[in-house]
Design a binder for this molecule. Structure first.
Ligand code: CDP
Length: 228
């Protein structure tokens, strides 16, 4: 099946497996994968390192100017880096997870990440995951997927992922962080997480990744009338 040169936007709740799915789509379709959440996590780590996040997660205005000097990018292997420093595992820590949603609610932070995504996606054939890709960043994306799964399944997946990395998480705390981020992400005033009217919903609580990819192929076939 020949996939046309399109943008695929995958949005949804925390830990629904968006990034694993998007990576699989990228390798299956020969697309570039862009992880917008990694950019928000990178900005959060940067702000933490600069000491710009205060009490109650209030962000110092100095972050806006500091972002002008931030070299946040993906390495050739797709790892998130700040300058020479590859911070892929640090940005996935609970410390970053616990502050990323308030940082991602700041309008100039969103503008910074949106600009980066547009630069990186300029050549097309891209699959991106996030919270507002299909609604705000690329409202003209030809395929939009909105992912969801039960809280139990999502918390368990994130917990297993952390255990596999040698961490010792607490399942309840992991579930609470997911719920808290979903709440902040859905209620912020700048591009909140919501399902685009033209998105296809994928509830993967009971699906394997192979089934998810087959489902997406079906969506693309249906949309573009491809039957080879
Ligand atoms: O991996 P997980 O789904 O838990 O989160 P992520 O995709 O790494 O994103 C981390 C956080 O960044 C989210 O909880 C949002 O607060 C924020 N985010 C956002 O606001 N908009 C996006 N397009 C992507 C992420």
């Amino acid at each position: 099946m020949t996939i046309p040169d399109i943008i695929i936007a995958i949005d949804g709740y925390s830990s629904t497996g968006k990034s694993s799915f998007a990576k699989l789509v990228a390798s299956g379709f020969g697309f570039l994968y862009l992880d917008s959440g990694a950019l928000y996590r990178g900005v959060t780590l940067f702000a933490q390192r600069m000491g710009l996040i205060g009490e109650d997660n209030v962000v110092s205005d100095a972050l806006e100017t500091a972002l002008e000097g931030l070299d946040l990018h993906f390495s050739a292997e797709g790892k998130t880096c700040i300058g020479e420093d590859c911070v892929e595992s640090e940005i996935r820590s609970m410390k970053v997870s616990s502050q990323v949603s308030p940082i991602a609610a700041v309008p100039y932070v969103r503008a910074f990440v949106d600009r980066k995504l547009h630069e990186l996606a300029s050549s097309g054939r891209v699959v991106m995951d996030g919270r507002d890709i299909g609604t705000t960043v690329f409202p003209n994306a030809q395929i939009k997927v909105f992912m969801t799964a039960s809280l139990e399944v999502r918390a368990r997946r994130r917990y297993d992922e952390m255990v596999a990395k040698g961490e010792t998480p607490d399942l309840e705390q992991v579930a609470a962080n997911l719920q808290e981020r979903d709440y902040i992400d859905s209620h912020r005033s700048t591009s909140p997480l919501k399902q685009a009217a033209d998105a296809f919903v994928l509830d993967n609580s009971q699906m394997s990744m192979g089934e998810e990819l087959a489902w997406l192929r079906g969506v693309v076939q249906g949309k573009f009338g491809i039957y080879d």
